[in-house]
Design a protein around this ligand. Sequence first.
Ligand code: DGJ
Length: 734
Amino acid sequence: MNYYFNRTKNRLITIFISIFALFSAVVTASETIPISTKNTMMVFGVKESQELTFLYFGQKLANSKELASSPYPWTERPAMPTFGGHRYVNEPMITATHANGELSTELYYVDHKTTKVDDNVSVTEINLKDNIYPFFVTYTITSYFNEDMLSQKVTVRHEEDGEVRLGNSYSSLIPLHSSDLYLSHFYGTWGDEFQLEEEKLGHGIKTIESKKGVRTTQSENASYLVSLDGKAKEDVGEVIGGALAWSGNYKLSFEMDEVNNLSILAGMNPFVSVYSLVKGEVFETPDMLTTYSASGKGLVSRNFHRWARKYGLMHGDQERPIVLNSWEGVYFNFDENTITNMIDDAAELGVEMFVLDDGWFGNEYPRNSSKAGLGDWQVNKKKLPQGINYLAAYANKKDLRFGLWIEPEMVNPKSELAINHPDWIVKRQGREALTARSQLMLDVTNPEVQDFIFKVVEDLLDDVPNIEYIKWDANRHVENIGSNYLSKEKQSHFWIDYTKGLYAIYDRVRQKYPNLILQACASGGGRIDFGSLKYHDEFWSSDNTDPLTRVYLQYGTNHFYPAIATGSHISASPNHQTKRVTSLKFRTDVAMSGRLGMELQLKDIKGKDREYILKAMNTYKEIRHVIQFGDLYRMHSPYDDSGWSSLNYVESNLHEAIAFLFTTKHHDDTIKAILKFKGLDPKKTYKIEELNIFDKKSFHGQSVYSGDYLMKAGIMLNATYMYDSVVLRAVVVD
Ligand code: DGJ
């Protein structure tokens, strides 16, 4: 009886499996489009119905064709869902109102091709078309092989008789399937940017977005990490990391549906941004960069840093100079003497670039505070009678390079510019224009305004060709819009056209001044994105220069953006933003972990402190190649309760490493920190040297260890009291 029962049961199971297999063969992909990097793979599928599906993203598969017959539901997700097509009910990647008013779009695969740009980069273009309307979409995926980076973007075009209005036009969609996904993202506010927050992704939609138009990355950065197996760890676990290369409104949406399918959509924010396209017009979305790591979020960061230094950052292969910025030293209160004295001090202490910040311009409306003068880019004759030329030449004579601050997208109502060009100002029709920091925004969608801004840069650099560095600020966001330039039908193009207009200016600046060093400032932290970094050498991470805040802030920032670009300055104590009192050593060590600079009155640094600073500047010059070009490994997180934060940078040939340890809470004297290096060569022997010692050594061990020992056992450090810090250098000795 049992035998017959089992036989029947087994037969039924076999029949069921065969039916299921047959069913899967019908519904799954008939062709796969694998896109590989060194260790990862993203695979698209084309069904027999010619629908494009997303089959896989993760570790590189030996044979991606196996995906074509996989019966799992998560391999059946549309790669580019549209509104009204293919029964898709989640947030679509594309929504369009066709010329005849029809709201639905249904895209089908047409063809694809992969073009090798060079040994490292290849571009795959997948062409899709609506089955009824002449509405065409190209999905472009660029693979950066060695950096394990993929960049996705979408291009839309139509040949309909009339205008097509685009709503959603995201750059990428990554579908995942799991119920233990954790999202890490970076929130903040002025002076406290880039704070790490990690949360479990539940059902529903979680979005990270900006609707602020300008300074879009100050309250949330357009980047994320999704850990696929519990909270993200540094060196183990599967983690996906993404960052959008766009300086305008953006949206990252994490939608978990009822069957635990997660859809990660990323791109420009469709918020009040309907964009009409005439026949033949090409609309391109920004690049969404994504990497995958099977060994924790540390590798996600290193992939982004390596990619950024090679492809995503201006002059990513050039060492950055040590900067003295005048802002916290003198604010608006200076004259020629004050500045030449600062330059003297800077030269004496080994600084390489002097940057004159806000307050140098405006005559009719002098820029003596944030209330007037913005827009009038003529040197203030009262403050600087011999002009910028004189200051730049003075700096050069002292062996310093010279840089200048501008904020060319903005205008104070109290300025000649605002009086002469009221039509250039962003303003709601018939309503009051609202100021922030006493300023209004120029309408960068207007080509005349773009010409004006370019000319601000051109005139300055023509007049003073030895300006080698420009700090480009933008100190407000937008709450409402209104353009005199855009037609009434195109007011909703404002957000997108503003950013495209800004990029058009940067393109011109870069074409004419390829060697200029540009800093993206935007109140600190406001324009840290790979759209802007393509044009900039670095960013001002925050207006908060307090070293303890910076430990957290730079820890967050460097999850995606590399140390070489992270402006990090030694400032006065008590700190101007937090009033916290910290030692010169702590301030110096924290600043050294990024692109080192200073932001204080150097004449106030005296005696032993002065000698210390001079030595530290020389030390930085010796080790900066490791910090600026090395691989970052994080050890202690300031967010854990160890009370330490630590990291090390390792040269790509593993020859040299620089480690930093910062104390973030008081420890009893008996409690020591154990610092385990990461990323060294286990077979090599390293000599350890403590750098930046002020009056006590923190490392008392022997000086030579194997890489294996340094990474597995680690070394003990005396760094117990609050705001203590240690810098160590490890160099191969055999
Ligand atoms: C905001 C910047 O972040 C500061 O560094 C400084 O440049 C001020 N603007 C000047 O107004």
